[in-house]
Ligand binder design. Structure first.
Ligand code: AMP
Ligand code: ZN
Length: 136
């Protein structure tokens, strides 16, 4: 299903032109309009899902194989030194477009990007407490 007011539905389905590097029945992969690095692109399903929580299982199972395929293509063409895969869910996590998408971000020595997480300071006891909350 598509959502009328969703820009990524229009981009993924070719209603608005994109810098597409790959397309199949389920997905379009196009260059991000405000790239973090050279070759930063987005895997976007053609159907609308707000985020990973609501993503169809079949579509979900296609994302990582496609990411791997695009990594290989980008390695051959752009010769990256490292690679980040980022997928934001919810405003607090940095999601700004509410149509599921996965960022593919080639990394280069000295590219000036900083996508490294910083520890939040939980102690070992705190971590044990978290474990209890999750698995009990
Ligand atoms: P997120 O913050 O994870 O929701 O990422 C949304 C991404 O979509 C950002 O990196 C934007 O630069 C990118 N973006 C938004 N509009 C467009 C567009 N029309 N074409 C390509 N990329 C876009
Ligand atoms: Zn959409």
């Amino acid at each position: 299903m598509k959502k009328d007011d969703c820009i990524f539905c229009k981009l993924a389905n070719g209603e608005i032109p994109t810098n597409t590097i790959y397309e199949d029945n389920d997905f379009r992969v196009f260059l991000d309009a405000a790239p973090a690095t050279k070759g930063h692109c987005l895997i976007v399903p053609k159907e609308h899902f707000d985020n990973l929580e609501s993503l169809d299982e079949n579509i979900a199972s296609g994302v990582m194989p496609l990411a791997k395929k695009m990594m290989k293509l980008l390695k051959e063409k752009l010769n990256w030194d490292g690679f980040n895969i980022v997928q934001n869910n919810g405003e607090v996590a940095g999601q700004t477009v509410f149509h599921f998408h996965t960022h593919l971000i080639p990394r280069y020595k000295g590219d000036g990007q900083d996508l490294v997480m910083k520890p939040c300071g939980l102690s070992d006891d705190d971590i044990k407490g978290v474990l209890k909350e999750i698995v009990s």
